[in-house]
Design a binder for this molecule. Structure first.
Ligand SMILES: [Fe+2]
Length: 236
């Protein structure tokens, strides 16, 4: 039987929420500010095992619960990535930068957001292709996102040109509406585009566990490692 070919003709939108919402797992406390990062070929088993072990050792969550959540997160986002590319083989290998940030409370962003659009992450194999990043918050508040508007656009241009700093930007955009996100939602947002969503860390005055992933070809993720001076994980 011929494999099913799924092609999404719609252009990549700057922001979307994936249709499936994940159930939040029992997780209320983290022990310290810690991060996990994986740059390399996507192996669902390897990443979920390592990352779940990392989260469980540094929080009050059960490794098996974390594993279920991360497994679903990677499976759904990787499928979405392939669909968006119009890929014919949804099981084809892909590389990724997968990261988990576990943080203890800070008041750094409570009243003053750090509004920004994500810049270029790597040089794409196919130049016009638009790159995306996926994220979910397992504990704490989700990413703060602004609804795009004329004021948002002009303020961010003024910030890029050095006319406004973080604090002035926050002041300018204080009354702008936010995109309402619910617990367990997986978001996708583009990077490196003029209209990539303007976002910030949320109020981080409670413990937080934030997970994100960005997919690419092996060359693209190796390029990202060079940009960031990180180690690409060679297969063992
Ligand atoms: Fe960002």
């Amino acid at each position: 039987m011929e494999p099913e070919i799924i092609r999404y003709s719609a252009a990549i939108t700057p922001f979307s929420i994936l249709p499936k919402t994940l159930e939040l797992i029992p997780l209320t406390t983290v022990i310290a500010n810690l991060s996990y990062a994986y740059y390399g070929l996507v192996s669902l088993e390897k990443i979920t095992y390592e990352a779940s072990d990392f989260v469980a050792k540094n929080s009050n969550a059960k490794a098996s619960d974390v594993e279920t959540a991360l497994y679903d997160f990677i499976r759904l986002t990787k499928n979405d990535y392939f669909h968006a590319k119009g890929a014919q083989d949804l099981q084809a290998p892909a590389a990724a930068w997968f990261t988990i940030r576990m943080t203890k409370p800070t008041s750094e962003y409570t009243t003053i957001p750090r509004w920004h659009r994500d810049g270029r992450m790597f040089d794409a194999d196919n130049t016009p292709e638009i790159g995306s990043k996926y994220a979910i918050t397992l504990l704490g508040k989700p990413t703060r996102l602004l609804v795009e508007s004329e004021l948002v656009r002009t303020t961010m241009i003024r910030e890029e040109e050095g006319e406004l700093d973080r604090y002035q930007c926050a002041e300018q955009l204080a009354s702008e509406p936010l995109v309402g996100l619910k617990d367990g939602q997986i978001i996708r947002f583009t990077w490196g585009q003029k209209d990539s969503p303007v976002h910030s860390e949320p109020d981080m005055s409670t413990d937080r566990v934030f997970v994100s992933v960005l997919y690419g070809s092996e060359e693209e993720i190796r390029c990202m490692c060079e940009f960031r001076d990180e180690m690409y994980r060679e297969e063992s």
